[in-house]
Ligand binder design. Sequence first.
Ligand code: ZN
Length: 311
Amino acid sequence: MNEQIQGLHHITAIAADAQRNFDFYTKVLGLRLVKKTVNFDDPGTYHFYYGNENGTPGTILTFFPWEGIGQGRPGTGMATDIAYSVPANSLDAWKERLTRFNVSFAEPTVRFGESYLSFTDPDGLSISLVAPVKEDTRAPWVSEDITAAMAIRGFHSTTLSLRSTEATAAVLTDIFGYRLLAKEGNRHRYVTDAVNEAGVIDLLELPDGKPGYNAAGTNHHVAFRVSDDTILMKFRDKVLSKGLQITPKIDRDYFFSLYFREPGGVLFEIATDNPGFTVDEPLDQLGAGLRLPKQYEPMRAEIEKVLPILK
Ligand code: ZN
């Protein structure tokens, strides 16, 4: 059993409109909706999970679409970019596709020898498509108009914006087993050798950066992946031994979680592979129906009345 942190598990962000969010991530970017549930702390709000066919950790971007929530502001103490890996030579096809859907983008830039095509989602969340140096071998979710030649494979990395990177870097290296790969200006790239994919974290040092404000168009937290809840609890001890606060184990139905705020201000989660998204619906039906946690099942009719209907 691999006892290390295995890269990213999921990233959770905030949106202001469920339908618009669903359309963008499934129809423009071509991700699979692998789970449609509610916010466990606020069951009148959806919780969407987008990923690959199997909902593999490291491919999962989740949203709380709070209807009408105000605009957030990306800034320090937050993840400020989500990068997905796509096949080499697919960026031109993506530029065409984004143009067709009226999504404006910046001309690709190169970081650490890899090309980035960056744009924002309808809420202003920053997304990049990266053609990585090393081919990403994960199986994608494909559709009629997004074939395997261009389909998103899953996360490449995320960027954390910080006033100072030192304390956050120590969490990555001393607790999570990452190492500094390289620096380009104020961008410091950390990687883990425990996995081939979704194993990159960029720390962007912005000493005069304004703190972010968490609402629509911003990331709420970044979750790191472990195999199971026995290993999860070992990480709880490690975090505590560094003098940081951390929650008890929380059952999220599809994984078990711990949350802690790293010293740079970013909310970190550690989440397990078990039991996974097929715990309450079969693989070929993932995301098809509204799944509710046990405690809300008796209130299904009321909840369905409140949630916006997806077309
Ligand atoms: Zn989470």
